[in-house]
Design a protein around this ligand. Structure first.
Ligand code: HAM
Length: 443
């Protein structure tokens, strides 16, 4: 029976008490992207397996070990997306966005699926906010995309992330690097894990991000890519750094970053946090200038990044970042008897039509239980309706925080009264906030 009442390992629920937190995070990220001209794209949760094999790369951990792949009833091999870039590239090509004005800039919030060993910050279903920019080859684009990520973190009040950047060159300069890696790892052949042995010939760079502790230990002294990049790639990297300097975006060059997906070229970067424990990378991205062409499209320089939302939320919680309070019930209407119940529904509808959050009894509780419920949901005002109130056309409106009561005409006077009271409360809150601010400046 436990199976029926337990979510699958590595997955989680967002309960109503927490959903406003996620809404705030997602809204802030998408709105920041909008300020940079990125508009939302939504792609399917599953795609042809081949799409991920070809783009993410068949020697990566993601493709070799982590994909949720199955045959559908039509016998097609389908995979739940392990990341957002491949689907965005597929949609870019399928809908001919390369024929529109370039650059095309898209953003997304999506669920992703990877069969990894679950631990803090590592899930099997997780969520990413990401952006992809197609048709921009200049170093200014790299700096702009990195700056977008930095602004998004700032907008959420996150501090102390460190930005690490590297260049992994282009396919030409990488050939020399691969030779150097092959030579180095060949002398450790009998220590490498089986997967890495298979990578040695085809893609030795993947050995650098193997999760096995032995391979990790060997990789520590391996040649680093920055020593092998060509003049053009070095110039591109230098110009990216100059832009970041100019924008006062602090970074460190970490020559060991190679990223775990195969499509990257030139600039790669990660934002890491000390608030995350072992899974310290909250955001990863970079250029993928060859991917669109490799998928059958025209030569199109491209770049982007993705942020893991669960990791982002962990950092926000560790740092106590503020999240706006969730809106609570403005008015709870407590009816006693059938006639009152009808009037209560009418009043609730009138309030909702004016944008107020109103609730009334829908479970047939007595007055005492209703007031207890109104308290629990944090209602700002309550109105009790009995037969007398219906006959006389007036009722008492009670402010739950002060206990003050005012008489209102029903049905027509209630909405106006609530307007007056909420505006005066908002004004009072504003005045209090200004006073506080003034006191902190002039103690
Ligand atoms: P990625 O580095 O594989 O890159 O993932 C991006 C982020 O997703 C990670 O930094 C991490 O925060 C989060 N993440 C990854 N795996 C998990 C997991 N199992 N559980 C929780 N969070 C996780 C990409 O996915 C690229 N598509 C990014 C990109 C976009 N590059 C260019 N454009």
């Amino acid at each position: 029976m436990a199976l029926l009442t337990q979510a699958i390992r590595g997955t989680g629920d967002v309960l109503p008490a927490d959903s406003h937190r996620w809404q705030h995070i997602e809204k802030t990220l998408l709105e920041t992207a909008k300020l940079y001209g990125f508009r939302e794209i939504r792609t399917p949760v599953f795609e042809h397996t081949e799409l991920f094999v070809r783009s993410v790369g068949d020697t990566t951990d993601v493709v070799q070990k982590e994909m949720y792949t199955f045959d559908d009833n039509g016998g097609r091999s389908i995979t739940l997306r392990p990341e957002g870039t491949a689907g965005a590239v597929r949609a870019f090509l399928e809908h001919g966005l390369h024929n529109e004005a370039l650059p095309q800039k898209v953003s997304y919030v999506t669920s992703c699926y990877r069969y990894e060993k679950p631990q803090a910050g590592r899930l099997r279903e997780f969520h990413q906010f990401g952006v992809e920019c197609f048709g921009a080859a200049e170093p200014a684009a790299d700096a702009e995309v990195i700056s977008l990520a930095a602004s998004a973190f700032e907008a959420l009040g996150i501090k102390n992330l460190s930005l690490e950047i590297n260049s992994i060159g282009c396919p030409e300069c990488r050939a020399k690097f691969y030779d150097a890696l092959r030579e180095y790892f060949s002398s450790h052949k009998d220590e490498l894990c089986e997967t890495c042995l298979g990578r040695l010939d085809r893609n030795p760079m993947r050995i650098l991000d193997c999760k096995s502790p032995v391979c990790k230990g060997i990789a520590k002294d391996a040649p680093t890519v920055l020593d092998y990049i060509c003049d053009d790639c070095r110039d591109h990297f230098d110009r990216v750094k100059a832009y970041l300097d100019q924008m006062n975006i602090r970074y460190i060059v970490n020559p060991t970053i190679v990223r775990g997906l195969d499509y990257y070229t030139r600039t790669v970067f990660e934002f890491v946090s000390t608030d995350l424990g072992a899974q310290s990378t909250v955001c990863g991205g970079g250029r993928y200038d060859g991917l669109v062409e490799q998928m059958g499209g025209p030569k199109t320089a491209a770049l982007g990044f993705a942020v893991g939302l669960e990791r982002l939320n962990m950092i926000m919680q560790a740092q106590g970042c503020e999240v706006p309070q969730e809106k609570t019930c403005d008015v709870y209407i407590a009816p006693m008897g059938d006639n009152a119940a009808k009037m209560a529904l009418k009043l609730a509808t009138m309030l909702r039509e004016e944008g107020f959050f109103a609730e009334t009894d829908i479970v047939g509780r007595g007055l005492k239980a209703q007031m207890k419920y109104a308290n629990k949901i944090g209602a700002k005002f309550t109105v009790v309706l009995g037969d007398n109130e219906i006959v006389e056309g007036k009722a008492n409106l009670k402010c739950m925080s002060t206990g003050e009561q005012t008489e209102v005409q029903i049905p027509d006077g209630l909405v106006d009264k609530i307007y007056d009271l909420t505006i005066s409360t908002s004004l009072q809150n504003l005045t209090d906030a200004i006073d506080e601010q003034f006191k902190s400046v002039n103690p």
